[in-house]
Design a protein around this ligand. Structure first.
Ligand code: PLP
Length: 504
């Protein structure tokens, strides 16, 4: 047994503060340091092998070529990489990731990208098309989420960002700055379910906001009363997911936003995953709750166009109930020698081509296209949920719509995940509790994909039942990461993982 395995198995009962203290002390012991380094190196060598499959297929480049390589050769190499990588997602083996993926749609977006590749919304004078596209994407998204249907006639506004994380970061920054400006709050707190996306934790770290996490109940949502109890004079915003990334469950947004409204604080619906699904599911008559600005307490939303909006990767929309709240997001300076400067989001220059392609995606798919897509995804979800329920060793977590997490009381579900990996499936491993999820996309609605998923899942479960306790693959790493009480060590391993990614 390695020292990391020993710690995982024997010290997980320690209370958190004691664990942190012990971890700090142990890290200072040279013999311990050496042992950890050796074990980290072992993990990293095996990870490097899987993370860098091109080491033996393509030349490794560390310095720029002294003379430029021909465009034909570059294109040929890049085409080869594309061809090696595409079948897994094209054939529907990936959870989330690629949300549309039909070649005609991709070719169309690529054409638009090519047309606008030089565009930069920072230079609105040069590229008025970019500002037109961005304003219209925001307006189309706002109208999907209640603009024109609110009881207070709210003037819902927003901006384009680079993705869900940036939408969440800038929204949290806006709440922090508003709370300071309008209420003098210097120790801001945000209340969120433990299942809210990590982007909120990133915002908490970046912007020095205290994160108050509320544990979820047996249905994988928070109890509104627990949230209300956590409110203090420093609370600036409450967060709910529609749905959450891990288990695909929609939090009780009507109840949570009502609590926020009653206490005069902000409420953010994170609809990064569901923003282009839930409104259409509602129109189709599925029993989804209201998640948007029709609820008077909802003051901001994050809605990802690059997920179920079927745009290319790199765009999302952040929406605000009022232009005043959006002003806290904007950056302006009047004193810089470079001139008057203002930008709406974290970046300075931005890829106008991505906004152009996003606009083209919304325009070409249209409401009828999104309704059709949502129906197909929900029908596939029904098939998959029924199939998982037929496997006695597995259980679905909560009552999800189309992002489906499953665990097991009798098997190590990470070993099932590994077996599915061997059958080319790329699913997501989750912890707390140990589980796996599949986020269904249009790729999974192709004929035969749901059936193949279920038959592979059955076979994987049978295999793990017959051969439990694998030592190879990712299952032991997942298991260790989930149970290791020294979270600093897990964090160190993750940082080393990122180091490997940037190794040539
Ligand atoms: C619910 C939720 N919020 C936020 C995000 C972050 O989005 P992004 O990866 O585009 O930054 C995700 C990503 O999966 C998500 O599922």
């Amino acid at each position: 047994m390695s020292s990391i395995e020993f710690i995982s198995k024997n010290l997980s009962w320690l209370p958190k503060p004691l664990t942190r203290f012990m971890e700090k002390r142990m890290k200072k012991i040279p013999a311990m340091q050496k042992m950890l380094e050796t074990e980290n190196a072992k993990i990293m060598t095996s990870l490097e092998h899987s993370l860098k499959p091109y080491h033996d297929k393509f030349e490794r480049i560390s310095t720029m070529p002294s003379t430029g390589i021909s465009r034909d050769k570059i294109l040929a190499d890049m085409q080869k990489m594309h061809d090696l990588e595409s079948p897994t997602w094209q054939n529907g083996y990936v959870s989330g990731g690629i949300y549309h993926g039909d070649s005609e749609h991709i070719d169309f977006l690529n054409k638009i990208y090519g047309l606008h590749s030089q565009s930069n919304p920072l230079h609105s004078d040069l590229f008025p098309s970019a500002t037109k596209f961005e304003a219209e994407i925001v307006s189309m998204t706002a109208h999907l989420h209640g603009k024109g249907q609110t009881t207070d006639g709210a003037d819902i506004v927003g901006t384009i960002t680079s993705g869900g994380t940036e939408s969440i970061l800038v929204a949290m920054k806006s709440y922090r700055d508003r709370a300071y400006e309008e209420k003098g709050i210097t120790a801001p707190e945000m209340i969120m379910p433990t299942t809210a996306h990590v982007a909120f934790e990133k915002a908490a770290q970046y912007f020095k906001i205290k994160m108050v996490q509320i544990p979820v109940n047996e249905n994988f949502t928070v109890n509104p009363a627990d949230v209300e109890r956590a409110i203090t004079k420093n609370t600036i915003v409450i967060i709910g997911s529609a749905p959450s990334f891990p288990h695909g469950i929609i939090d009780p947004i009507p109840e949570l936003s009502t609590i926020a409204f009653k206490h005069g604080i902000g409420f953010h619906t994170d609809a990064c995953l569901g923003g282009f699904v839930v409104p259409f599911a509602e129109k189709l008559g599925y029993p989804v709750p209201t998640i948007d600005f029709r609820l008077p307490g909802v003051t901001s939303m994050s809605v990802d166009t690059h997920k179920y909006g079927y745009a290319a990767k790199g765009t999302s929309v952040v929406l605000y109930r009022t232009p005043e709240l959006r002003h806290y997001q904007f950056y302006t300076t009047t004193e810089w020698p470079g001139g008057l400067y203002f930008s709406p989001t974290l970046a300075g220059s931005r890829p106008g081509a991505l906004s152009a392609a996003c606009w083209a995606s919304l325009m070409s798919i249209g409401e009828d296209g999104y309704l059709k897509a949502t129906k197909a995804i929900f029908e596939t979800a029904d098939k998959i949920k029924a199939g998982i329920k037929d496997i006695p060793e597995l259980k679905i977590l909560g009552n999800p719509f189309w992002v489906i997490a499953f665990g097991s009381d009798s098997l190590n579900v990470y070993e099932v995940l590994d077996q599915m990996g061997k059958k080319h499936w790329s699913l997501n491993g989750l912890h707390k509790p140990t589980s796996v999820h599949i986020a269904l996309t249009l790729r999974h609605t192709q004929p035969g994909v749901a059936e193949k998923f279920l038959s592979d899942l059955k076979e994987s479960v049978e295999y793990v039942k017959a051969n439990p306790g694998q030592k190879e693959g990712l299952a032991p790493v997942y298991g260790m990461a989930a149970s290791l009480p020294f979270r600093g060590m897990v964090s160190d391993i993750l940082k080393k993982y990122l180091d490997v990614i940037y190794k040539v």
